[in-house]
Write a protein that binds this ligand. Sequence first.
Ligand code: DGL
Length: 272
Amino acid sequence: MRTQAAIGVFDSGVGGLTVVRSLTERLPKEEIVYLGDTARVPYGSKSAETVARYSRNAARFLVGEGVKMIVIACNTASAFALDVLRAELALPVLGTIEPGARAAVAATRSGRIGVIGTLGTVRSGSYVRAIAAVDAHAHVTAHACPLFVPLAEEGWLDDDVAAAVARRYLRALALDAPELDVLVLGCTHYPLLRPLLTRVAQEVFGHEVTLVDSAQAMAEVARGELARLGLLRDDSDGQGALRCYVTDDARIDEVGHRFLGRHLGEIIRVDL
Ligand code: DGL
């Protein structure tokens, strides 16, 4: 039965487990099939064409697993491949950008919104377009913060090195947009840096800055979409489960649990 099928989630690597975590909190009965393309991570520094090709491979794998919906956990893949996958696939496909944009517009009072993400996500201009589609008067300033990805994977979440990097990125953002009051965490890895970013943003901007987590915003939208389409898992005794596939397993044990917030269980290696 379609309702009993799993939700397919893919990402360039382990970062998308932050989205799985948010989905599991909101949809504890759903089964999730996760694919981390760890052999080809990072997507953030690659071209639109390459990211779209990798995303097609990942989505094809999940369709083969019989999923009822595809969630693109990776912001870079959402920026470059959402339209392609929606046009090609006969099942619902969700990305992170639009939910993040809506949450940002709902949270801002000044109408000045900052977005941080990978080089690819920022260069794509997708958050700027998505926010303009929700509120044409909002001012959006986007900055790439590529060093946050290795810091999060290394587990350097709140030490002197991470703080120095955060200060440097956020000061550059503050030069362009000193009045912003909302900052979108437009990358799978950034929720791990949330306590640090909250503190450094307050220090750099001199006022409170609300951090919007695109992973949480996306999980809310996924729940709403499943309900709207009549695809929510219906057995009241159902226990959610996570099946985890990766394209390379060299560091997954060491790094994955930081993003998921618990141990991953069995991890299956696949070739795409
Ligand atoms: N998952 C990517 C994103 O959210 C970050 C890691 C990468 O560059 O692949 O944009």
